[in-house]
Design a protein around this ligand. Structure first.
Ligand code: PLP
Length: 387
């Protein structure tokens, strides 16, 4: 018999996959080109030629596939630290960097390192639903705080009101999945002032896999500079289109409370969660491509195209500044019901309820431009009855 808790979670977490499988079924029935599948956030570009060439050039380097320090290669951490120092204007060294297995690995490493049973972790709804499972993996409890209606920006007052003696951390994700919102510097500074006034350290865990996927010159403020107790988690799953390779890094602010002890805890967690160390070949690959983003121009064109399709069909939708998701309002309050109705028009999307924000819909646009353009008619047909 499997664990009761996992059994419960299996039921709760199957919704995106269920939509994806329904999409697969429709594709079999109607042909790939006649199904408009916006369900999954799997980057569609291939890694660049440069990245592939770096992989090829490194694969036979003697020693590259061996065990190493659980924190990762020293020289890679030095490059990551130098890059982060330049971007954030906060002086970080290799000692503040732990190489991890993607953002998912990094989040688990950090949460294992800081949580005691019953500790609370604030998440901003709508939120990446895995946060709940990762937090519960380590005995914590998520406390969702809704974002501001319409803008999906942080509601600093609501966050302040949600903080208790048990609040250990807050997870920020900007650019955001599922809304695409980028939090502005003033709002983040306001939050920082609130956290400075709390009687104990509240860690800001900044989950940033989309940090480089931003449009129209929008700038993602440097979390390390704004928050004293900050931990930045980054990954190359989206920016370099390498989600299967499981590579990312965590940086702990040098100003963080108990910084050295926290880093020791994270290195221990990386080992004992069974990651041991981040994939060795990929550490060396990303060190050569820290500034690169794959497919940014294409994502921007797809964002503009999908926004146009949705607004034209009658959806109320905010044009996002980053990531590759759109989060329009469902024309009926029951988003699951609407997602089911959309399937009848061969449109696959997921309801906001799964992201802790009912009444909305999430669409991923990291798919082919043809799918987006050709979905216009289907969306218009679907929306006819809701006008
Ligand atoms: C907000 C957010 N955080 C973390 C992850 C996990 O990313 P990774 O592949 O780097 O583990 C994802 C993946 O979709 C995500 O959207």
């Amino acid at each position: 018999m499997i664990s009761k808790k996992v059994e419960d979670n299996l039921q709760k977490s199957s919704w995106i996959r269920a939509m994806f499988e329904q999409g697969m079924q429709l594709k079999k029935q109607f042909g790939e080109e006649n199904v408009f599948d916006f369900s999954l956030g799997n980057p569609d570009p291939e890694p660049s030629e440069g990245i592939l060439a770096t992989m090829e050039s490194l694969v036979r380097v003697p020693g590259i596939h061996k065990y190493m320090s659980n924190a990762g290669f020293q020289d890679v951490r030095e490059k990551v630290a130098e890059h982060a120092s330049n971007e954030s204007q906060v002086e970080v060294t290799a000692n503040h960097v732990v190489m991890v297995n993607g953002a998912a690995g990094g989040l688990n490493v950090v949460l294992k390192s800081i949580l005691n049973p019953g500790d609370e972790v604030i998440v901003i709804a709508p939120y990446f639903s895995e946060y709940k499972f990762y937090t519960e993996n380590h005995g914590g409890v998520v406390v969702p705080v809704p974002a501001q209606a319409g803008s999906f920006n942080l509601d600093v007052e609501a966050i302040k009101n949600a903080i208790t003696d048990k609040t250990k951390a807050i997870i920020l994700n900007s650019p955001n999945n599922p809304t695409g919102t980028v939090y502005d510097e003033k709002t983040l500074n306001d939050l920082s002032n609130v956290l400075d006034g709390v009687g104990h350290a509240v860690y800001v865990i900044s989950d940033e896999p989309y940090a480089k996927i931003v449009y129209d010159g929008v700038c993602v403020p440097a979390i390390l500079k704004i928050f004293k107790n900050s931990i930045v988690i980054n990954s190359f799953s989206k920016s370099l289109a390498l989600p299967g390779e499981r590579i990312g890094f965590c940086i702990v602010s040098p100003n963080c409370e108990d910084v050295n002890l926290l880093l020791q805890a994270m290195i221990f967690a990386n080992r004992t969660l069974g990651f041991v160390n981040a994939p060795s070949l990929m550490q060396r690959v990303i060190a050569e491509h820290l500034d690169e983003v794959v497919g940014l121009e294409e994502y921007k064109a797809k964002r503009d195209a999908l926004y146009d399709v949705l607004v034209d069909a009658g959806f109320e939708c905010r044009k996002p500044e980053g990531a590759f998701y759109m989060f329009p309002k469902s024309p009926i309050p029951d988003d699951s019901e609407f997602a089911k109705e959309a399937l009848k028009y061969n449109i696959v999307l997921v309801g906001g309820t799964g992201f802790g924000y009912p009444g909305y819909l999430r669409l991923s646009y990291c798919i082919s431009m043809d799918t987006i353009v050709n979905s216009r008619k289907a969306f218009k047909e679907l929306m006819k009855k809701y006008r």
